[in-house]
Design a binder for this molecule. Structure first.
Ligand code: CU
Length: 538
């Protein structure tokens, strides 16, 4: 038997202020691309309004659903009472029925840039997303201006229609693709050379190596505005401008740059990091990066977020007055996924006869087309700006294999889609490693609700950065550490919306176990905590 820990009422200091919001979800006609169509709006707009809190606030949010279908809002990245996390069927939350108002109440235990979105059907694609800014009690990042930059992918069809198109034919929006599983099967049946030559042919003929995204036909938006509408942020030369980039798209990764400006990355997924100077960064749906730029010239600078399938840009402008436009850079060539994305180095060792050109070995995923001499952010650069309290070695490793059946557009975790999956059970306070292996040729941004994970990015234990969403590259692997210090049922899923809807989701239960259920102590090379004790990642 597993019993949830009773989460005690969070004691609120008497000086805490209460911040209230009323949000109304409604399908209304909107015109973004020149055509009027019904989309999901919050308080009449897309994106939903920015919610501003201060660390320590008590928050009351009344959410009214004026649609004919159930809805929900999830507060992405917030440490929260599980009953308020907003995922229907989890922690007894039924969703918000048509015509009903659900009142969310929680305490703001952190600061940073976060966001919120629907966790029902494809409502997130249809417009239900907005930003959250939680101000720290004392701001350490100095800026003269502060702008939220919500990037999203807008499509004229309803999200549910996109989903059923993908289900009917997974290559509806792209071309058929090869999975690593298919490839290995082929190797087993016909040997390396034949399989590899064919794979190359498929790559050339049927774009198997270019299928960086499932859905095409998007218009990319910056704060709800199309490139033509050109969202503009005003600055005076020499000012420090903070840009809070939120990737609120359903399916689109972006390479973000502002030609002519270095960006100093100061926060990642709402958590402060030691500043890193970059020319560009790539981020996935659900990730956020805060950057500081200091434009010196009285001219317009283009914020260019290029989708990785190179089908377009989300565009914005930093300018000294409204109505100015900078140059829009040319689209870069689309990267080809290669055998370098399929962990082939290992296989080569097993089969020295296998022939591969050096070009085959370069990861296509990693090739953003960054100009020579420019710096693109890498996960390895991220260093937590504080000191991690929990630096213990993990007690055990949990394998998280990301797979799929492309033909039927089913996406899985450890071979199971959500409807079949057993929850991952964690003991309250335990320290685990989540070891991701991606057996598909698409990148999956994996998001765990309710807790931050620490990237195992090569930095010292006390400097590992906190993340709520982690990109696992095509055919690659990545690992993170987790201190299971928030009791409850937490969704754990790919943040590509249609992958989640097609099964790439599971439940993580953090619970107090009955003594009889506690597994015998792990006989691993566990070393004691160097500091902090057993539950403290925030
Ligand atoms: Cu995915």
């Amino acid at each position: 038997m597993v019993a949830l820990l009773v989460v005690g009422a969070i004691s609120t200091p008497s000086y805490a202020k209460t911040t209230q919001y009323n949000l109304t979800i409604e399908r209304l006609p909107v015109n973004i691309t020149g055509k009027t169509m019904e989309k999901v709006t919050v308080n009449g707009g897309i994106p939903a309004p920015t919610l501003r809190f201060t660390e320590g606030d008590d928050v009351v949010i009344h959410v009214t659903n004026k649609m004919k279908e159930d809805s929900s809002i999830h507060w992405h990245g917030l440490l929260i009472d599980p009953a308020m996390d907003g995922v229907p069927t989890f922690n007894g939350f039924p969703g918000i029925r048509p015509g009903e108002t659900f009142t969310y109440r929680f305490h703001i235990r952190q600061s940073g840039t976060y966001w919120y979105h629907a966790h029902s059907m494809a409502q997130e694609q249809d417009g239900l997303y907005g930003s959250i800014i939680a101000a720290p009690k004392k701001e350490t990042i100095k800026a003269d201006r502060d702008y939220v930059i919500v990037l999203s992918d807008f499509i004229e069809e309803d999200g549910d229609t996109v989903m059923s198109n993908l289900k009917m034919m997974s290559d509806y929006y792209a071309n058929a693709r090869l999975t690593i599983g298919d490839f290995f099967k082929d190797v087993g049946e016909r040997g390396w050379d034949k399989a590899w030559n064919d794979a190359k042919d498929w790559g050339d003929m049927r774009m198997a190596r270019t299928d960086l995204s499932d859905v095409t036909g998007y218009t990319f938006l910056t704060n709800g505005k199309s490139p033509e509408q050109n969202w503009t942020g005003i600055f005076k030369p020499g000012e420090r401008v903070r840009l809070r980039f939120i990737n609120a798209s359903a399916m689109s990764f972006f390479d973000v740059r502002i030609p002519g400006l270095k960006m100093s990355v100061v926060q990642s997924d709402g958590q402060n990091v030691e500043p890193v100077a970059v020319d560009e960064f790539r981020f996935a749906p659900a990730e956020t990066y805060d950057v500081i730029v200091t434009p010196q010239d009285s001219k317009p600078y283009t914020i260019a977020a290029e989708s990785i399938d190179r089908s377009g840009f989300a565009i914005g402008t930093l300018a000294t007055s409204e109505g100015q436009r900078g140059k829009i850079p040319a689209l870069r060539p689309r990267a080809l996924l290669t055998m370098g994305d399929m962990n082939m180095e290992m296989m080569m060792k097993d089969d020295p006869d296998m022939e591969m050109t050096p070009a085959d070995m370069i990861s296509g995923w990693a090739k953003a087309g960054t100009p020579e001499g420019d710096k693109a952010l890498s996960y390895a650069d991220l260093r937590y700006a504080g000191i991690q309290k929990d630096t213990r070695q993990p007690e055990r490793t949990i394998d998280v294999k990301l797979g799929g059946n492309m033909e039927r557009f089913i996406w899985t975790i450890n071979g199971k889609k959500f409807s079949e999956a057993e929850p991952i059970k964690l003991r309250y306070g335990e320290r685990v490693r989540l070891a991701f292996t991606n057996e598909t040729m698409m990148a999956h941004p994996m998001h765990l609700h309710g807790m931050f994970v620490q990237l195992e990015n090569g930095q010292p234990a006390e400097k590992l950065p906190n993340k709520h969403t982690v990109i696992v590259p095509p055919g690659g692997s990545y690992s993170v550490l987790l201190t299971a210090d928030e009791a409850g049922e937490w969704a754990f899923h790919c943040h590509l919306l249609y992958h989640m809807m097609a099964g790439m989701m599971t439940k993580v239960v953090v619970a107090k176990l009955d003594p009889g259920d506690v597994p015998p102590p792990a006989k691993t090379t566990t070393t004691p905590a160097t500091s902090g004790g057993h539950h403290a990642t925030h």
